[in-house]
Design a protein. Sequence first.
Length: 230
Amino acid sequence: MLPGSQSVGAQLCGSEKSPNDNRKSRFRIVVMGAAGVGKSAIISQFLYDHFQIEYNETIEELHQGEYDFDGTRLTLDILDTAGAYSFPAMRELAIATSDAFVLVYSVDDESSFEAVTKLREQILTEKNSNDVPMVIVANKTDVGDDKRSLGRETAESIVCVDWGNGYVEASAKNNVNIVGIFKEILRQSKIPYALSPAVRRRRQSTPAAFTQMKKKIQVKQTRSQRQSCS
């Protein structure tokens, strides 16, 4: 069994999109959700088999994994986005430049599910399509059922039945069902790659467009702080 593919205490339901062969050399996934739901932790477990205990807020970070399958190489770009909604331009750019979406909420924070609902609506509007590869991830299942603010059956019914999207219950902390998230995204996107760690080449970078926008935002924040102190 692959690391991150454990199914104990996890639930996965996929959308009905047919998995026809549609191989491509580069594919971009954006991971979105409210602050603190575990977006960076999910990416870290998937690519680097590592869980970072200390929380550090992310603005934008692009991770890359390379996979070889039957002589074809796939470069998987995974964009980790800010949880705060103070960067609307960056969020719009992330949506416009991505092929598929992983929307994460925390099972012990109902407001984070509401954030996913709004993000999903924005993605469908900006993509002008209801047929967008998308997986909703219920993260932090390790907290236990007694601390859930939104029941599994309720969430699964909304996501799978009402929305028609993929749904994965996972724990980044315990590395439960992490690979399943990305397998479901590739399945929906009709890209038949085996996500085997044995053929994974790992590296990390930040795209130029996001780097430039990040610098502009940081300059504006610095100016704002100086003005508030004067």
